[in-house]
Design a protein around this ligand. Structure first.
Ligand SMILES: [Cu+2]
Length: 461
């Protein structure tokens, strides 16, 4: 086996992205000898005029192009033995694994890689014409049919807005966050391998007071395969904390900051490739309340917009795989409020009563698209533009722009019952999942809205 292929195979087996090596030069992949969890041996053969792989040992012995079944997360080794003397190789492109070529009867080669995603994948011989001639089989990772129903619900509860600071003085606090990589439900029937803070997208809404001194403890779960970190836009200091929180799986790091500026701020993972980590779900918000706290309202909600870039088209069933090309082209397949397609339409029900004042903490994790945030059927009475809580708010606003890595605080009194619809008014995005409902309960107020046509309470538009 060629050395470069061995290195590639080992780095893949460890699940470490090449940029992680570049970033953290202390790692030396040649010192690591991966141990395979599952091994298969395949022999090339000409059978009935076709080229095939034949299982050469164990449960697949004698099978033509055997289905290779493994559990997700395992390190898989496939040894290819040349049985017919022609030139062959074996490749599993979904995991970046490709052997060198074997020529001459009895020659052998091996690939080792980690299967870090569930689904059905192909292995095949890359020599021109060989796949078409029959040298192709299936690698099944995990129980594909079960994947959607057993996946975790990663969507964040919009009611989880923390405790208002009220009149308290500045104090010392500590915040614990843990990064997890978890297969989560994207929609009914589809899943995605999210990277999260505390298993939710967005991560927890953190609520502190201006002048507080905060110790942040960031842990990375032992079963993670990536380094993670945290950059708070509320922090004054190197990388907003990211410079000192590049945390390897199973490790923890801490830093302490003083909240100098009140405001509503985004936080996110800042480990290369940062756009990838953010897109996968690693963003949230921290509210730094001014002294004396925010004015009291009746309802508060936490909503964040995000983008997922997958190889599969929006609407495809099963596990969706990340697409680097689409990320770099800024062409997401899915857009979410609070992490999944149904978070604010089915999973959680946002409600208010007529006469109440609603406040929405709205942020864009992104990583790329600016939101034209709008609530269909409502006018924002107050918009704290760009989430500046110390400038006077704009009044009577229909739609507000919120950039990636930015936020807005909006407030409005709900005057009439019905279902009001949260959108990005770039409405093609609604077709890719970006929608939420706010149900307003109460008596009809004919002086506000009157119709000859009876209302369907489930219609917002
Ligand atoms: Cu990360």
């Amino acid at each position: 086996m060629k050395k470069s292929i061995l290195l590639l195979a080992i780095s893949l087996a460890l699940g470490v992205a090449p940029q992680a090596f570049a970033q953290h030069g202390a790692h030396n992949p040649t010192n690591v000898a991966p141990v395979a969890d599952v091994s298969f041996t395949l022999r090339t053969q000409i059978a009935d005029g076709k080229l095939v792989f034949i299982g050469d040992a164990g449960t697949i012995n004698g099978q033509v192009n055997p289905e290779l079944r493994v559990a997700e997360g395992k390190v898989v080794q496939i040894t290819l033995v040349n049985g017919d003397g022609a030139l062959h190789d074996i490749s599993v492109p979904d995991f970046g694994a490709k052997s060198d070529q074997v020529s001459g009867k009895g020659a052998a080669t091996t690939i080792v890689f980690r299967v870090n995603k569930a689904g059905e994948f192909e292995y095949f011989c890359t020599l021109p014409g060989h796949k078409a001639a029959g040298m192709v089989g299936k690698l099944v990772v995990g129980d594909v049919k079960q994947a959607a129903s057993t996946a975790a619900d990663i969507s964040q509860d919009p009611h989880a807005v923390g405790k208002t600071v009220g009149n308290r003085a500045a104090q010392n606090l500590s915040i614990d966050l843990t990064t997890h990589e978890v297969e989560g439900k994207l929609s009914d029937g589809s899943t995605y391998r999210y990277w999260t803070f505390d298993n939710k997208v967005p991560g927890p809404f953190l609520r502190i007071r201006q002048g507080d001194t905060v110790k942040v403890n960031l842990s990375n779960a032992p079963d993670s395969v990536n380094i993670h970190s945290i950059d708070f836009h509320a922090v004054t200091g190197p990388g907003g904390g990211a410079a000192v929180t590049q945390v390897a799986p199973g490790q923890s790091k801490s830093f302490t900051f003083k909240a100098l500026n009140p405001g509503l701020y985004v936080y996110h993972c800042a480990t290369p490739m940062v756009a990838h980590h953010i897109s996968n779900g690693m963003y949230g918000m921290i509210l730094v309340e001014p002294a004396g706290g925010l004015p009291k309202v009746d309802r508060e909600f936490y909503v964040m917009q995000g983008e997922l870039y997958t190889a599969q088209k929006h609407g495809t069933k099963g596990l969706q795989e990340f697409s680097l090309d689409k990320l770099l082209d800024e062409k997401p397949e899915h857009l979410t409020f609070n992490g999944s397609m149904d978070a604010l339409t089915k999973t959680y029900k946002m409600e208010a009563n007529t006469g109440e004042t609603v406040r929405i903490f709205f942020g864009v994790g992104g990583p790329n698209l600016t939101s034209s945030f709008h609530v269909i059927g409502e006018v924002f009475d107050r918009v704290y533009n760009l989430a500046s809580l110390t400038s006077p708010p704009l009044t009577n606003v229909q739609t507000t722009l919120v950039p990636p890595g930015g936020a807005a605080m909006v407030e409005f009194k709900v005057d009439h019952p019905g279902r009001y619809i949260l959108v990005d008014h770039a409405l093609s995005r609604l077709e890719k999942g970006l929608v939420g409902f706010l149900y307003v309960n109460g008596e009809d107020k004919e002086q506000v809205f009157k119709s000859e046509t009876p209302m369907d309470p489930n219609s917002g538009h």
